[in-house]
Ligand binder design. Structure first.
Ligand SMILES: [Zn+2]
Ligand SMILES: [Zn+2]
Length: 183
């Protein structure tokens, strides 16, 4: 759904949308397993920057819910996430903050996004919100043992003899250093 600044100049926009899995292009290792529902409102915020310089910002307030599977960072098993989040976002026209002093830009980096051209695609906003809602590095369990780097077996499920069969040269190097220090 495209949110147009021109439409918001006339009235606020209420939305209540459902996106089937696949409708929003998530990252390669993210798998949407339930419909994405999002409802909220878009409105125009006029920022007066002195004289006739008025910046038209889009404010988006709403919520979304969906389910996303991502791979465990260690063993690659799918990990299920049920997401239900709220958002309150402000988008300025792209380029409008160029040349402003650095303090203002630093503030903008954390709280404020930018839209390009005539408006903003709700799908792009939701995609970003899903990214933010998911953990940066997800594990299937806190003590996931991961995959054996040599034979590839999932060490949560079965064990292998690789580690004892082939001692890591880095450890023997450390052992040498330790022996020298002890002398
Ligand atoms: Zn795992
Ligand atoms: Zn192994």
């Amino acid at each position: 759904m495209f949110i147009k600044v021109k439409d918001l100049e006339l009235r606020n926009l209420e939305f209540d949308e459902t996106f089937a899995p696949g409708a929003i292009d998530l990252l390669e290792d993210q798998n949407q397993t339930a419909p994405l529902k999002s409802a909220g409102r878009a409105e125009l915020i006029r920022e007066n920057r002195g004289g006739r310089n008025v910046v038209e910002d889009i404010r988006l307030v709403g919520s979304f819910s969906t389910e996303v599977e991502v791979k465990c960072a260690r063993c690659l098993d799918p990990v299920h996430n049920a997401l239900a989040e709220k958002f309150d976002l402000l988008y300025r026209p792209l380029g409008v903050d160029a040349g402003r002093d650095e303090v203002a830009i630093t503030e903008a980096d954390t709280e404020i996004g930018y839209y390009q051209g005539e408006g903003l695609l709700l799908e792009d906003v939701l995609k970003e919100q899903i990214l933010l809602a998911l953990p940066v590095k997800q594990l299937c369990r806190a003590n996931c043992k991961g995959l054996c780097p040599q034979c590839g077996k999932n060490l949560n499920v079965e064990s292998c003899d690789c580690v004892t069969a082939m001692p890591d040269p880095r450890w023997s190097a450390l052992e040498d250093i330790r022996k020298k220090l002890e002398r």
